[in-house]
Design a protein around this ligand. Structure first.
Ligand SMILES: Nc1ncnc2c1ncn2[C@@H]1O[C@H](COP(=O)(O)OP(=O)(O)O)[C@@H](O)[C@H]1O
Ligand SMILES: [Mg+2]
Length: 183
């Protein structure tokens, strides 16, 4: 499904990743373990083409044989969120503060799946229920600040799952949450 070969990332001449090799098969859950600062997050961001400004990535990241490092921004936009999605570590920064969560869920699905407004809304409400947001119909029109940190992270998970991506990258998605929500 996903083949990462000799992925190297430098930022301002500093080596951030020094040759990562990793293969994911369909249906497989793959864990990355490493101390803080070892490059787990950068590996995920490289796959999505979301490395910080000034970063240089070499090697190859092939999704079903297609090298993502060679894609133009527009092509990468189609892959990102549609074929590969990521749940980020910090639920406070992964949602847009000024858009309702319904809009953040549906824009994504309309863009990638070509759903109409009402279909997208129905699927969004279904996803909110799936991640156990109470009163999903009402929650649809609310804004991120109206939810707790744990709910925001579950909403971010719903967004990541919305387009049934082939690859889901979860970057310590529960570390910022208290233990009852983690469970
Ligand atoms: N925006 C950035 N600019 C430059 N270096 C960064 C940036 N973010 C992280 N780094 C560096 O990249 C390295 C890998 O970080 P990261 O992937 O976040 O590690 P992990 O997720 O394993 O804790 C670290 O040395 C970190 O200091
Ligand atoms: Mg990290």
């Amino acid at each position: 499904m996903l083949d990462i070969t000799d992925l190297r990332v430098t930022i301002g001449g500093r080596d951030i990743l020094g040759g990562v090799d990793l293969s994911l098969r369909q249906g497989q859950v793959h864990g990355l373990a490493g101390e803080s600062g070892s490059g787990k997050t950068m590996t995920g961001l490289a796959v999505l083409g979301l490395l910080p400004h000034g970063a240089r990535a070499t090697g190859s990241i092939a999704l079903e044989g297609r090298d993502l490092l060679g894609l133009r921004p527009k092509e990468l936009n189609r892959v990102r969120g549609g074929e590969i999605a990521m749940v980020f570590q910090d639920p406070a920064t992964s949602l847009h503060p000024m858009l309702s969560i319904g809009r953040q869920l549906t824009e994504h699905m309309r863009h990638h799946l070509g759903l109409g407004r009402s279909e997208a809304r129905a699927r969004a409400v279904e996803l909110l229920a799936k991640v156990r947001i109470p009163g999903p119909e009402e929650a649809f029109g609310r804004y991120p600040h109206q939810f707790s940190g744990g709910m925001r992270q579950r909403i971010a998970i719903a967004i990541a799952l919305a387009c049934s991506p082939k690859v889901l990258i979860a970057d310590e998605p529960t570390t910022a949450l208290d233990v009852t929500v983690q469970a």
